[in-house]
Design a protein around this ligand. Structure first.
Ligand code: UD1
Ligand code: CA
Length: 457
């Protein structure tokens, strides 16, 4: 039986940010959630997150599947103090406890399983996940006698130059027996360079009592990299992005110049999707089979059907684009838009909170807001729905197979019936019944220049 304590109450000073470190996004998901999701993947007995007062409300509002609770550490007095609070939130100490720092987001489930497994097999009271790295600066160093036996851990700021040259670092992840942890924490002091209660002091404390303290080296040292500042955050983000892109490539997605493409962990792609350079996909975006997202486009929280083409430099936010529709170039779908199958939304068209049924064409220079457009309708270039009267928004209803001439202003609220025709340049303020031609513009007069002269012009 394993219980997990996730440490997330540190100040995150090195981020120099108003936003708490644990809430900074890593590929669109808060840093802390990466670790907590990995913790949950172990199907533990329970998970306790130790939070600062500043973020406890946000975290307790997250919906986790499984048993997750939070405990507030009032002051960030150090990792050992945080674990003390974590213990107070556990229902039983008669378990193996996995301690997971909230700022080590890339650690994999398999690695944690191997660590717990080694802890059990070696009959240790404490096993620390470590790694050999080229640049150990900033990390605690693990001092060992043999490959697995640990003597103590020394923090960077307390280490002698000789100790600083040790390349074996503490990942901050450890497995410990619950009863041993509770007892040993009472003896951790704060007489060190940072005047903090170091969890890492447990190694020496237990070793002095002839208890077995071991370490397991993580083969892939990149997995245990921590996030303390924004440089590390962006480095980790790039690594994780590469992993995710490779995963999608193996599932049949083409990335053209993959190093220029960004996607959140929450994005879902399908076979034979093609992503062109500079594409950004965020949030709960889903892209269906055979769809192509053009260069420099941004798609956020949207559902894109199969066979859709989004031409370059388009922005799609919280919208649905159905099968075989063609969007862009330079189109903007704002939240709440629903573009029907095989519809066409062309360049410099902005659509907000509107539904276009199948086959609708709005090919050039148009604004449709709070509008419903029936199937097969053609919206001429430069059509504008005047949906705002300065105080309120009003809806526009356009029927099926309608032809809206170029440069038409539709003053909402307004209804245009099925198969109606609207003459170019019209300002439509009254309902247009079905099967009707509506024209509303000043009649053209042609006057010969000679006649103009006679009139003294
Ligand atoms: C810690 C380890 C170091 C290890 C490194 C790995 C200690 C003393 N040092 O150093 O050996 O190499 O992690 O990344 O443990 N936290 C709290 N409450 C506190 C202080 C910290 O919850 O009072 C949390 C932080 O939010 C963070 C984690 O504990 O998630 C580690 O704290 P941090 O200050 O980042 O420790 P490091 O200096 O990185
Ligand atoms: Ca850290």
């Amino acid at each position: 039986m394993v219980s997990i304590i996730v440490l997330a109450a540190g100040r995150g000073k090195r981020m120099h940010s108003k936003i708490p470190k644990m809430l900074h996004p890593l590929l669109g998901k808060p840093l802390l959630r990466h670790g907590v999701d990995t913790a949950l993947s172990l199907h533990p007995h329970e998970v306790v997150i130790v939070t600062s007062p500043a973020i406890s409300k946000t975290i307790s509002q997250w919906s986790f599947q499984g048993r997750v609770s939070t405990v507030i550490q009032p002051y960030p007095l150090g990792t050992a103090d945080a674990v003390r609070f974590g213990l107070s939130g556990l229902s039983s100490l008669d378990t193996t406890i996995l301690i997971l720092p909230g700022d080590v987001p890339l650690v994999r489930t398999e690695t944690l399983k191997a660590l717990i497994d080694y802890f059990d097999r070696s009959q240790s009271v404490l096993t620390i996940l470590s790694a050999r790295v080229r640049d150990p600066f900033g990390y605690g160093r693990v001092i060992t006698t043999t490959e697995h036996e640990v003597v103590r851990i020394v923090e960077e700021k307390d280490a002698t130059p000789e100790e600083q040259s040790i390349p074996l670092i503490n990942s901050g992840v450890m497995v410990i027996r619950g009863d041993v942890l509770k007892d040993a924490l009472r003896y951790v002091g704060s007489d060190n360079a940072q005047a903090e209660f170091y969890l890492t002091d447990l190694a020496a404390l237990l070793r002095e009592r002839n208890l077995r303290v071991t370490t397991l080296r993580c083969k892939d040292s990149e997995e245990i990299l921590g996030v303390n500042d924004r440089v590390q955050l962006s480095n980790l983000e790039q690594r994780l992005l590469r992993v995710i892109i490779t995963k999608w490539q193996h599932e049949g997605v083409t990335f053209i110049l993959p190093e220029s493409i960004y996607l959140d962990v929450s994005v879902t792609l399908s076979r034979d999707v093609v992503l062109e350079p500079g594409v950004i996909l965020r949030g709960r975006t889903i892209i269906g089979e055979d769809s192509r997202i053009g260069k420099g486009s941004v798609v956020e929280d949207s559902e894109i059907g199969s066979g859709v083409v989004i031409k370059p430099y388009s922005v799609v936010e919280a919208s649905v684009v159905r099968g075989n529709a063609v969007i862009g170039p330079f189109a903007h779908l704002r939240p709440g838009s629903d573009i029907g199958p095989a519809a066409r939304v062309g360049n410099f068209v902005e659509i907000k909170k509107s539904k276009l049924e199948g086959g609708v064409k709005a090919s050039h220079l148009t604004y449709l807001g709070d509008t419903t457009v029936g199937g097969g309708t053609n919206i001429g270039a430069g059509t504008i729905t005047c949906n705002y009267d300065g105080r309120e928004k009003h809806p526009t209803y356009i029927g099926r197979e309608v032809f809206v001439g170029s440069n038409t202003a539709l003053v909402a609220p307004i209804t245009v019936g099925d198969r109606a025709l609207i003459g170019a340049g019209s300002v439509i303020t009254k309902e247009v019944p079905p099967d009707t031609l509506a024209v509303s513009r000043v009649k053209q007069r042609n006057i010969h220049r000679r006649l103009l002269k006679k009139r003294g012009k």
